[in-house]
Design a protein around this ligand. Sequence first.
Ligand SMILES: [Zn+2]
Length: 204
Amino acid sequence: MPQHLTLNLSLLFVVVALPVVCLAQQAPPPALAADTRQADARVRETWPRVWAELQWIQQQGTRYAWTTDMQGPAHAIPGRNLIELNPRFLGRADYPRDRWLIVVWHEYGHILFRRSDSGRGGNRGWQDRIASEHAAFEYSLQRAIDWANTRDDAGPLREVLKNLRQRSQAAQAEATNDPHTPAIRQLMSEPLWSQAESVARATR
Ligand SMILES: [Zn+2]
């Protein structure tokens, strides 16, 4: 092969192939990026207040990520300061905006509990799991009360009251070893619950 042709072929490789290699190195896995962008865009456009809460939580140092690798709508991984959200629950009729707010607050409540002195203990047994759920429900209830008081929007408060009442009743028949049930019952016997009910009544 004449030398000038070899050189031209080499140049052709640089011009054509190199940009492709660079693009491949820069782009994240395409499917995952597209799903994340889509889920972000959906929340940002449909529920600006949920979006604002997610941004606020990130500003406090806790990340969130979209993944379908779970059964429920969300879970917290306190050790990684991470909340994972399931995009399959976006657009579901039983997961309207107010429920999403409650879900996000609940998971952030788990993160805050593990950061606190009471949540940092080595005990990860039954009582500790109840305490963590109690802290998460308590945080979501408190945020819903504040939200109703400051934004003239009692939607999340009514949602969390309805949801927790239903769950406490449904669980009475089951007798499961689910830590959510005793945590909800404990919360419903506390002053914060009565306060939440009276705020909800006042805003009706
Ligand atoms: Zn929980």
